[in-house]
Design a protein around this ligand. Sequence first.
Ligand SMILES: [Zn+2]
Ligand SMILES: [Zn+2]
Length: 141
Amino acid sequence: MFVTSLKGKKLVVLDGYTYSLSKKTEGGKKRWRCSTHHSKGCKANLYTIEDAIVLYDAVHNHHQSQYTRTLLNNLKPYFYNSLTGSRRLRLGQYSFRMQPPHRASQLKRRWLCATHSWQGCKALVITIDDEIVSERNEHNH
Ligand SMILES: [Zn+2]
Ligand SMILES: [Zn+2]
């Protein structure tokens, strides 16, 4: 997922962190590094080829910054595929994973918190035909 920062710079968003383009490229790959804490020693980085993330090391030495939180909260909801290929929905700073439908023909989809649903997070989104019809974007984390 690519977003534009408040200063107009292109950023990659992955799991609530943003990455900015570094000058170093390797082969056809572009290298991106933590946009908020690179200068403070954060080594998290990722590589893209033609706008797809191909490799990442998302271990940050800090929590999500307020700047990133604000940026992500202002994004419109969007659908994307996770690195493992499953369908996700992004709403503000949270990700939701799709529950398999009971019937393939069903248009209604339930989405649970992608990171904490098995730890009791009750956040839930319902979509019909990719339109959000109901959302409870309240998380316990
Ligand atoms: Zn970082
Ligand atoms: Zn949650």
